[in-house]
Design a binder for this molecule. Structure first.
Ligand SMILES: [Zn+2]
Length: 244
């Protein structure tokens, strides 16, 4: 009996020791796993643009809200349309989503910008209310505030900096791409820094796809608000004609 008890006791002891060893090993394994995870997990960070002062002496010459003859904004300002701006060399590309005043001929085109800056491939179908602009980045397509400080008034410069936040993994900040969207009617600017996003700008649906490092795809579609399947604008017109 005494011997059996001893054997049983040793057996229990071995079992407990085995359990303990198992727990310790599992713990070590977990620590190792966590350390590994720490190494591979990167922090996604939003990097804001630091404030900058405008050096433009005459605000009437502002490239966005003023009338400098080197800016194409003067041609498009006030039109019910959206555009894409290559910021560093301030090239303004109109999307021509709708053929409003006979200006939008549509079709496909290719516009090469200044050396090492963005180029645009355009596929515009104003008769359908849809436009696609592909921006191909150049060697100097990282936003450089020094290129615009002298061309924009303080209000427009602040507006621009606000949409120039860049995204990237911590320690891998590569800066913001020098492109943004503009609503010619309101002069509001919109960010093109996200890798993928969709939004409505007034009557337009905009989808951007910049997952590729080399270029960014911007699609604009005229999608007015509908009420029972009819454009609200048309309903209003119909009512007006009924009572006049
Ligand atoms: Zn301005």
């Amino acid at each position: 009996m005494g011997r059996n008890k001893t054997v049983f006791g040793i057996g229990v002891l071995c079992f407990i020791m085995g359990m303990c060893l198992g727990v310790v090993l599992a713990g070590l394994n977990k620590q190792e796993f966590q350390a590994e995870e720490q190494k591979t997990r990167k922090t996604w960070k939003r990097q804001e643009q630091p404030p900058a002062n405008s050096t433009l002496a005459d605000t009437a010459e502002c490239y966005l809200c003023g009338n400098h003859n080197r800016s194409l904004m003067g041609m498009f300002r006030g039109r019910d349309d959206l555009g894409v701006i290559c910021v560093n060399d301030w090239y303004v590309m109109d999307m021509q989503i709708r053929n409003l005043d006979g200006m939008g001929g549509g079709g496909s085109g290719w516009t090469v910008g200044a050396e090492d800056s963005c180029s645009f491939q355009t596929d515009r179908y104003p008769e359908r209310g849809i436009s696609e602009i592909t921006v191909e980045y150049g060697a100097n397509s990282i936003f450089d505030v020094k290129k615009v400080q002298g061309h924009l008034c303080q209000t427009c410069l602040d507006k621009l900096l606000e949409v120039m936040d860049s995204c990237g993994y911590e320690g891998e900040e590569i800066g913001a791409k020098d492109i943004c969207m503009v609503d010619f009617k309101t002069l509001e600017l919109y960010s093109l820094q996200e890798h993928y996003s969709t939004r409505y700008i007034r009557d337009y649906y905009v989808q951007i796809d910049g997952e590729d490092e080399e270029d960014m795809d911007v699609i604009g579609i005229y999608t007015p608000v509908l009420e029972n399947g009819e454009r609200v604008e048309d309903i209003e017109k119909e009512l007006e004609s009924m009572y006049n």
